[in-house]
Design a protein around this ligand. Sequence first.
Ligand SMILES: C[S@@+](CC[C@H](N)C(=O)[O-])C[C@H]1O[C@@H](n2cnc3c(N)ncnc32)[C@H](O)[C@@H]1O
Length: 236
Amino acid sequence: MADFAPFDRRNYPTVGVREGYRLWQPVYETAVFDRMDLALLERLETPRWTEISAAADLGCGTGRIGTWLSGRGIAAIDGVDVTPEMLAVARGKNAYRKLIEGDLRASGLDAKAYALVACSLVDEHLPSLEPLYCEAARLLETRGRFLLVSYHPFFLMAVGMPTHFRHPDGRQISIETHLHLLSDHVAAARAAGLILEEMHEARVDEAWVARKPKWQDYRGWPISCCSLWRSAGSPA
Ligand SMILES: C[S@@+](CC[C@H](N)C(=O)[O-])C[C@H]1O[C@@H](n2cnc3c(N)ncnc32)[C@H](O)[C@@H]1O
């Protein structure tokens, strides 16, 4: 694993995950851009969404991913998140069967109960990827798939920007951010018995620049990536 600190060019005051998302929650959904994750989900070719009986959403936050999955016809979605204020918003979405406050690395959800485990825009907050991949592998039924959307490590390194938000008092605040190279993902997945099936990368495009004009010099840089993993023992 690489340390993010040497790449950090913002040096904002940094808070832990729970405190950070407690403070960010009131404006979180206005800040996160669907091109970061939802647009990547649209590019997946393998999942047959309507055949998925149950899905788990690890680090479900305010329920954006659960809402998207529900819109694809998945009826039973269980979410886990460590920040109660984020979960309170997810509860209002009516997309979830069950929502649990807790750490996704020991989710408390049933083993082998999910055809899909999703985790979007969370892994940069974990010091190590192994517990995430292990928990996803534990939850998956035999032919299940793990769907991960991550901040692109290249973007974090090149721009030197941790996950951050503007506090209502005007200060910029970082939330504890860690760097995971693509090879770190492959190693953690392999250790958990998962292999890569699909990967897509989102780049900064015109829509991004229209939203963030200061990013015009980053046009074309990869900003996020989406990967789909399945059990090494299950047929393709
Ligand atoms: C950037 S938000 C993403 C939320 C949602 N997945 C989405 O795409 O909008 C990150 C979320 O991960 C949660 N989180 C971070 N670390 C976690 C952990 N170890 N266990 C459970 N939730 C965690 C935070 O509380 C926050 O709600």
